[in-house]
Write a protein that binds this ligand. Sequence first.
Ligand code: BES
Ligand code: MN
Ligand code: ZN
Length: 499
Amino acid sequence: MNSTISTDSSISVAANWLVVLLSDSQPLTSPILDLDSAASGTISSLFETEQFSGKALETLVLPRCAGVTAKNVVLAGLGEVQACSVRKLRHSLLAALRLCCCKANQTVAVVVEDSVVNLLGPVTVAEVFADAVEVAATDTDIYKSKRARSGFASATLCLPQASDDALAALSRGSITGQSCVIVKDLVNRTANDIYPETFADEASKLAKQFGLEVTVLDEKQLEAERMGALLAVAQGSSRPARMVKLAWNGAGKEGEQIALVGKGVTFDTGGYSIKPSDSMISMKSDMAGAATALAAIVAAARLKLPVNVSAYLGLAENMISGNAYRLGDVLTARNGTTIEIHNTDAEGRLVLADVLTYAVDEGAQKIIDLATLTGACVVALGDEVTGMFPNNEQMAAELTTAATSVGEYVWPMPMHEHFEPLLKSSVADCKNVGPRWGGAITAAKFLQKFVADTKWVHLDIAGPSWTDSSKAWCDAGATADPLRTLVEWLQIQSNNTSV
Ligand code: BES
Ligand code: MN
Ligand code: ZN
């Protein structure tokens, strides 16, 4: 989509919609003050009569606003100026934009209070704007005959100045936003539609479209690789497993090798340790890690980042049948580690185990894995925070920086060695689950066995990748969180190599 910056006054911008983002502070300040004067004090009188207060996420549609060229005005609150953040700006912008794309071919302009532009910087505002313009129109009506929203015909950000940096931020934001849409659509599609083979097809299509190398390993090749853990998870399903590798080599032969490893369980029934219906209902989303890794490498290619990054997607469906794996089974992972199964619902770590050793053997020097791995992580951190489990402090610090600058939440979790013996088995090298307490950490400790001493961070995204309830800024369903953090982290890596 076509996002632009205009230095013209928002009073005279021709558009179906003018979104006005403003704080709760009174009296009004530039450029909202001028807009208010042009509209004969409409905005200030709404504040006076307490019909609008400017609190975060508040929206008010004003159809026809005399003195303003745009057909409709949407006031959108940002709360207190000093408390405004990238996250708040994105959420308020999305809340407003979602009101403006209920009809096809709409044009939209956005103006933001100067104090907020000054606080966050015009470059950040431009990036968040272009990203939100892409994401706003996503809905969850994939299977309905009529969709709730459709993409904008054009989107204009009114800024006092249009620098080259702000223009570059627009195109970065559009690319990141479009990658968010890739994640959301893949995760929201159902498990009878997206299963290992069709997920691999979608990945291959994107690879062709954006110039990535792609390799798909089918079940024969996975057997040849001795991926006994991944294959055990898949063996209960009539849908065979796949592993997809995508590569973007933007840094040349000498560059560092980065791997993104994604859990792609296209449906998780729990297997014989079956989930109750209430927990199973959303398990089409158990491939969010793979979808996020895929969309991140697409963004890296489109941004032409000078980094070498590969995405490895472990794709399997965890089902029940006469062929399914059982409790007590002992599996042999690709690296020879034997695993006693104490719970068939702890399947994600089995899928990842084999894919992680594959990435290590291919020469990965830094690995980030993404997985909707444990309910325990959601209990610990709630449903908007990614759990971060590092074996390397520098990567953890960089990811924290990246998350902060894009307005997503990641939080470090302990990886002390006393968790290690909790995975001891009396019959095999280890078992696949520990005790109830610290379940997200023992899951991470299990994964650690398969990365050797490669620099690595495990991200448990079971909470933030999905929302059960609709929000002003997002339908219930996939969120694409923490895709932006990953893209930002890859950008940090490219800055590291270019200095
Ligand atoms: N896919 C689930 C984790 C999950 C839970 C994701 C809630 C999203 C929302 C994972 O495969 C799982 O079932 N984990 C088990 C692990 C347990 C058996 C040790 C869990 O969290 O209960
Ligand atoms: Mn499970
Ligand atoms: Zn799972």
